[in-house]
Design a protein around this ligand. Sequence first.
Ligand SMILES: [Zn+2]
Length: 332
Amino acid sequence: MRETGNKRNTHKKSTLALLLVLLIAAAFFVMSDTPFIKGARDALMQKLGYEAIDQSAEEGEDDGSDSGSAAKAGSFDLEAGELPEWEGNHYVQVNDGVPEFPDDVYERAGINSGKLTPFEYYGSLDDLGRCTYAYGCLGEETMPPEGQDRGDISSVHPSGWAKAQNWERCHLIAWALSDENANPSNLVTGTHYLNYDGMRPLEEEVEHYIWNTGNHVLYMAKPWFRDDELVPRGVQMIARSVEDKGKGISFNVYCFNVTPEAEINYKTGIVTTSEQAVQDARTYVINTRSGVFHYPTCDGVKEMSEHNKKTVTATRTELTSQGYTPCGYCEP
Ligand SMILES: [Zn+2]
């Protein structure tokens, strides 16, 4: 017994020593600036699919990957017109992510009086016909009844809306939270990137929270315009759950109304698609019976019967040249 114990100890010691040597070698290999080793390292990284990393250039950079992502808190002051520049994230934190609302929100919601009151309020359009803000105390009371379909919103042309520019009518307070359809005070001209990739995950977070808990959420969405432009540069979204004092839901973010593959004229709503984007294929859903093609997220797709549905990866030009027509609603 004793002998075995000793043997095990010796074995343990030599294993540790070996590990230490390996660690030092690995650290040397990773950090060394000796050209020979550096070369070998870069070759290995390339083999593994990484670019050679220049650490001095990497600091503070973000690769703008496509996952729903937030950048670090910015020090910009939205009220003073300091709108953050898009650097690849769907949104950035405002006020370090801490939600704060106008006094009116707390008052109407009865936060201080202790009598919680669900409500929605939509600010009127400004002189240029632009949405101002929407807020409320959201709960099951403000949401559409289960099983109800969204209504038609194609009659609304928000400020900056230009035909055939891939714009989406973007709800300030999502239909699923507000049951608001063609309310012009609640719809802004937005990109798919803003509507679907930026705002929607946050809206769904709130929606699921309400369904799961039956609690309420103070909520505000506000488009931010630069000077007299008609298309918002971004939409600020603020939310805080009431009953659990922000434990379930708490955010304050600015979502970018941009589209990675094109230039937007925020005064006119004209989108100049880059050469690359025209060539880039994306996913569309074709209604084989009508010959109309949609973005996969379009309500028209939900209503389409399965056997008319055909999902393709193609460029817009390919589809139009094959005789398909872009949907007038989602305007792909
Ligand atoms: Zn469509």
